[in-house]
Design a protein around this ligand. Sequence first.
Ligand code: NAD
Length: 266
Amino acid sequence: MKVGIVGCAGRMGRMVIAEVLATPGLSLAGGSEQPISASVGQDVAAQAGFDPAGVFVGDDAAALFKAADVVVDFTQPAATLGHARLAAKTGTALVIGTTGLERKHLDALKKASKKAVIVQAANMSAAVNLLLGLTEQAAAALGPDFDIEIVEMHHRMKVDAPSGTALALGEAAAKGRKVRLADAAERGRDGITGARRPGAIGFAALRGGDVAGTHTVIFAGTGERLELGHVATTRQVFAKGAVRAAQWTKGRKPGLYSMRDVLGMK
Ligand code: NAD
């Protein structure tokens, strides 16, 4: 399978290149970057620190979608929107790890998935996807007497908060409780906030250093507390998951899939 990488000079893009090069049966179709990137014109593998692969970084994502069987996207929401349209136009499968997607982006993915296989997950780690299931189960079993708080920490370069994974955990908790996250979420507290709103699902985001990603879901009851958590020590786990998803797209019918589909957890 030929894998194209949009955002190939980014932190995740370079890790995906490493995974593609290390995976038998996969080759690099090419990469794309923003026109201002210093990587444009360079060899895709070489600019990521590997032996040259003979394919080059371009600023034309349309050409990359034509050349690839599947494209992996760790960029930014506005770019992902354009990539979803290109997937629909070319029928090329698309794996999206970009976070910070809002309703309008998700609606566009849904539309594009009528014509192409799209896998979208805020977190590509197998263990985190298991944590999503456990969170839903715990929220359903413990009920509203337990206050739910979701705490996450990431490296200092992360631009969105709370993390896509924290929001996905919030969605899982809300589903378990049979409420809408939009109604229950409390994102950021400051000053005289008053007592905790009953039924709220709270979020706290910490930023610093090179933390790959830490998430804890706290169920705080009276006299006891349950904490479910995940710690990523390297961001390579996300690149591995993305490449696994890329392989999984082969031969699938168009549709919008999650990492839980890829891992057979549904
Ligand atoms: P980064 O800033 O290092 O890399 C993003 C790259 O995308 C940059 O090189 C940028 O130039 C490029 N880019 C932006 N717009 C583009 C466009 N229109 N065309 C081509 N390239 C474009 O960021 P990062 O740390 O690699 O993270 C990228 C995204 O992936 C973020 O949203 C992050 O939250 C998310 N992420 C998801 C997971 C997951 O498991 N789903 C894991 C880690 C990071």
